[in-house]
Write a protein that binds this ligand. Structure first.
Ligand code: GLY
Length: 351
């Protein structure tokens, strides 16, 4: 295990998940080990961790795959099975999957008997660089993303980049969008480096090389503000509008991958930064071209704006009726809690 992060939110790169999980299980010393997978990771990722001690069929819980199943029913089914199978407060839950099993499993672990230890073994690029790291757990509720949840730090996030080989290109690009976001809040050099990567060059091998640096950007913000009282909100760049795109796409029955929605959200949020924080127009244009090339267009029209705006009104960064954004004044210098008017938001998305 190669530690990547601060002690308060442990993340390690891993090349031998079986050996590392066995070591962690010995250290945590649980009375039982439970494994949470979704239908995809059960098929494609579980084979890569065969041989971990104390993991067995009986204590493997499998839920349906997909963000639309990150809901109260799936959560209740995990609580139910933990309870039926005799999980105690000293049992360990290992979450094997992308953002969905890690978020939902983390919340199940945070709440079952008021909290049991858990390990995240992220299998998607998105969950390696973002979702599984930093202690945000939860589920979607009432049509809103991650509406119910808790901050609860995993005992370990083990990043094994070989799992990336199980992903299709759309899912690789989805994770890459969060890496672009990290670059924007990190430094001009990091952003330049990513914008110089040609679409054809984006491969599992290249992404695996870039994961550690991206996780360390996130870790820096989490370490500074674990409970998102302040500067951690920088990690929400692109998400205020991105989550609205994602939720509306879901409502319209044409779900978009989270990272695609974030990439689409980054463009108007950079345009808001140009309008309100004198952020560079040149960098905005370059980033917009890069994103358009990789992710295409969000496909919404100005007729969708009222629905999008109403979704933004539920963003967790808001205070009262104000819609608060994280906006960049320069690359690497995010400013938080910047209020933008309805007209400013509409024009950033649709003009
Ligand atoms: N995904 C943003 C955060 O963890 O704060």
């Amino acid at each position: 295990m190669q530690p990547l992060s601060s002690k308060s939110a442990p993340v390690s790169l891993c090349t031998d998940p079986v050996a590392d999980l066995n070591e962690l299980i010995n250290k945590i010393s649980p009375d039982k080990v439970f494994l949470l997978t979704d239908e995809h990771t059960f098929l494609h990722c579980l084979p890569l961790i065969q041989g971990v001690k104390d993991i067995n069929k009986e204590q493997t819980i499998t839920i349906a795959a997909g963000d639309n199943f990150k809901n109260t029913e799936a959560l209740a089914s995990v609580w139910q099975l933990l309870s039926e199978k005799g999980a105690s407060r000293h049992s360990l839950l290992i979450n094997l999957g992308g953002g969905m099993p890690c978020d939902l499993g983390g919340f199940a672990a945070a709440t079952y008997k008021r909290g049991i230890p858990f390990i995240n073994l992220p299998t998607t690029l998105l969950s390696m660089v973002d979702a599984s790291v930093g202690g945000k757990t939860g589920i979607n509720f009432n049509g809103y993303k991650n509406e119910i949840g808790a901050f609860c730090i995993a005992d370990m996030v083990l990043i094994h980049t070989q799992f990336l080989k199980t992903l299709d290109r759309d899912n690789l690009l989805s994770g890459y969008a969060e890496m672009l976001k990290h670059a924007l809040i990190d430094s001009p050099e990091t952003l330049e480096k990513l914008l110089a990567i040609k679409p054809d060059a984006i491969s599992v091998e290249l992404l695996a090389e870039l994961v550690a640096d991206s996780v360390m950007v996130k870790d820096r913000y989490v370490e500074a503000d674990p409970l998102e009282k302040g500067i951690r909100k920088a990690l929400n760049l692109g998400h205020t509008i991105g989550h609205a795109f994602e939720s509306l796409a879901m409502k319209k029955n044409r779900p978009a991958l989270h990272g695609y929605a974030v990439a689409w959200g980054l463009i108007p949020e950079l345009k808001l930064a140009v309008a309100k924080k004198q952020f560079s127009e040149n960098i905005t244009k370059k980033t917009e071209n890069y994103i358009n090339n990789l992710y295409g267009n969000h496909g919404f029209s100005s007729e969708d704006f009222e629905d999008l705006f109403s979704l933004m009104q539920h963003d967790k960064k808001n205070r009262g009726d104000r819609i608060n954004f994280t906006l960049l004044s320069t690359v690497g210098t995010p400013e938080i809690d910047i209020n933008c008017s309805k007209e400013e938001i509409k024009s950033a998305i649709f003009d």
